[in-house]
Design a protein around this ligand. Sequence first.
Ligand code: UD1
Length: 336
Amino acid sequence: MSILVTGGAGYIGSHVCVELLAAGEDIVLLDNFSNAERTVADRISELSGRTFPVCDVDLLDREGLGRVFAGHDIESVIHLAGRKAVGESVSLPVLYYHNNITGTLHLCQAMAEAGCHSMVFSSSATVYGANPIVPFREDFALSATSPYGMTKVVIERILTDLAAAEPDWRFCLLRYFNPIGAHPSGLLGERPDGVPNNLLPYIAQVAAGQRTHLTVFGDDYPTRDGTGVRDYLHVVDLALGHLKALAYVRAHAGAEAVNLGTGTGYSVLEIVAAFERASGLKIPYIVAPRRAGDIAVMSADPAKAERLLGWKALRGLDDMCADAWRFASRAAEELN
Ligand code: UD1
């Protein structure tokens, strides 16, 4: 039996696939390749020494999805497919709601038809909205500051309602904090299209000479150095959290939300300094006003992940930056 990984060719999905294969699981990788390259599947094979089916299917294609379940013996699903750009979701809300929510409903329908009832869902710390109290705990009220964030809130609610209505279902809703870094091989990582929205990919492009400088969004927050503080975690730690969540849903019915973060926050300037250490390069930056919708501090209370899943992030900031740089410098060389 196999684990279906939706969004398996994406930044997080590809790392999840590698860890599943390393743990001896069989996988089916599903992706519509709208924001991922087809070569990612080959790289996953190369790293794991294993082959697996790749389904080029969009979750909005309900029939295509039915064929994936009919053609493979799927035991559980790790669901990461979805649109994820916050700014884009503000300009294109219908696209985001339709893609992320309808896609997930289709997935639940196809799973029910196939008698598959366990899912690990890729949620986000964005479901805590503009909550000013840190660290964030899973029992906090949920809200959203963007259509993207609202899709995560709504999907969490749908899955929780489904588990309450039908006792066969089992869900683990993983609320990711800020995943950064890359596979230590340098073969897998985050490669955004166009101008990166997120901090680490932007810094990496500055280091690689693709951009002249970083713009720091605000240095007047009530934090150590005035810049925003986030709970960054290594994408490999995050991927391993999915394996723990999978073990959990295999053994427990219901729906549980779990934070995946380290519990430690770093400011933008601390990240810049760590990246400079890792790369040996200077990252020039300018300070600009705050970015709309940003909050001062986001950090996880990671206690539930340790208690329920037996998961804890192990990789530190220097590893995160060194691995991110290894991938980004390779990617920049390939472009030249
Ligand atoms: C963002 C999204 C969040 C999403 C997450 C993962 C917003 C408002 N939030 O989180 O919903 O779940 O990505 O994809 O977009 N920064 C700069 N300069 C830059 C980029 C970022 O100073 O060029 C700062 C930000 O102000 C923030 C920190 O770096 O303080 C981290 O930003 P980012 O990597 O975009 O993550 P989040 O905003 O935390």
